[in-house]
Design a protein around this ligand. Structure first.
Ligand SMILES: Nc1ncnc2c1ncn2[C@@H]1O[C@H](COP(=O)(O)OP(=O)(O)OP(=O)(O)O)[C@@H](O)[C@H]1O
Ligand SMILES: [Mg+2]
Length: 332
């Protein structure tokens, strides 16, 4: 049974492949692509596709994946409550919906991401604890979500003592990097949600990714956390070998009517110009509603500001997307 969450409409499917809807129909008629699936809404029969159909279609049409090698990205800020979990989940969800095999990794013992993805942390038997300390193959800690293209390495409170247990271990900073090696070809995107600190676990995460995405909210403390993070990164550069290619600062929960938001934006533009993303995620109650419902903002309110902003985040960072439903309703 295909869930509502998995369905892609014909224009979305075509746009994600980079072809017109007309060409898509033609390919289906010619047998170059399998025919669409159908669902009934009222008296009308609509065609739909799934993210897995996108993977197959890209192979059949020889369309290279939107980014050629595995990308690993970390959402991190030393400050808590800036939107790391909510943004990383929706970002990964959106990319997975576009037919990219994506893995989420929950590094936080609070397990917000795990819960958001619809899993029960207390029922999880194997976590990164077993992977990083007992050399359990990471494959065994991976769980599926309701979207077949989106998997997760969940977390729970067993992660709390990991920090202490890692001390004294050989190559303790590089354990996550090593654990990810066997799944290099299985996932095209890995998205990690970090807890708000500079623990050994987070150092492991920094050493495992190419991109760091730092959400900041428009307040003084958030800004302070940003400065500390950049200072720490500079320090690491002296001590450890890592391959961060991009550091993106993402202004979150922005409300143009609030003076503090305007001031923060100006300060970020002045001091972090080279890192600041053009995309700004606006304040939206859809985010809190979606965590309560354990659904992505795309399932809950596909036309919301929240969905539009995550869509432009994906587009800006990974360079691909399909037009958001909010802008293309008439195309159905
Ligand atoms: N753009 C936004 N608009 C409105 N609310 C938001 C927005 N972004 C995040 N929030 C809300 O802020 C709260 C904190 O978000 P989240 O849990 O993702 O932060 P976090 O950085 O992961 O926190 P922690 O450091 O505790 O892990 C949540 O209630 C979330 O719904
Ligand atoms: Mg969090």
């Amino acid at each position: 049974m295909v869930t509502e969450a998995e369905k892609l409409l014909a224009h979305e499917f075509a746009e994600a492949l980079g072809i017109s809807k007309k060409t898509l129909m033609q390919y289906e008629r010619e047998g170059k692509l399998p025919s669409a699936k159908r669902y009934q809404s009222g008296k009308l029969l609509y065609r739909y596709y799934t993210p897995e159909d996108l993977i197959i279609a890209r192979q059949k049409l020889n369309i290279p994946p939107p980014f050629p090698i595995q990308r690993r990205q970390l959402f991190m800020n030393l400050k808590g409550g800036v939107g790391k979990s909510v943004l990383s989940y929706n970002y990964a969800y959106r990319v997975a919906k576009l037919g990219i095999k994506t893995l989420l990794i929950d590094l936080d013992a609070q397990a917000h991401l795990t819960t958001y993805a619809g899993l029960h942390p207390e029922k999880i038997k194997l976590t990164l604890y077993n992977v990083l300390l007992e050399d359990l193959p990471i494959d065994m800690a991976i769980q599926h979500t309701s979207l077949p293209t989106l998997d997760i390495v969940p977390s729970n409170l067993t992660l709390s003592p990991l920090e202490l247990s890692l001390f004294g271990r050989h190559a303790r900073e590089y354990r996550l990097q090593r654990a990810l090696q066997p799944i290099k070809d299985k996932y095209q995107l890995i998205v990690i949600d970090a807890p708000p600190n500079l623990s050994l676990l987070n150092v492991n995460a920094i050493l495992s990714v190419q991109d760091l995405i730092v959400p900041v909210m428009a307040d003084f403390f958030s800004y302070d956390g940003l400065r500390l993070l950049f200072e720490s990164l500079a320090q690491f550069r002296k001590d450890l070998v890592y391959e961060l290619e991009n550091v993106y600062v993402l202004l979150n929960s922005f409300n143009a009517l609030e003076t503090v938001c305007q001031q923060s934006r100006k300060a970020l533009e002045t001091h972090y110009k080279d890192y600041l993303l053009k995309t700004i995620v606006r304040k939206s109650t859809t985010f809190s509603k979606s965590t309560a419902a354990q659904q992505s903002v795309f399932e809950l309110e596909p036309s919301s500001k929240a969905a539009q902003d995550i869509d432009s985040l994906v587009q800006e960072i990974l360079g691909f997307s399909y037009q958001s439903q909010a802008n293309s309703k008439h195309k159905r």
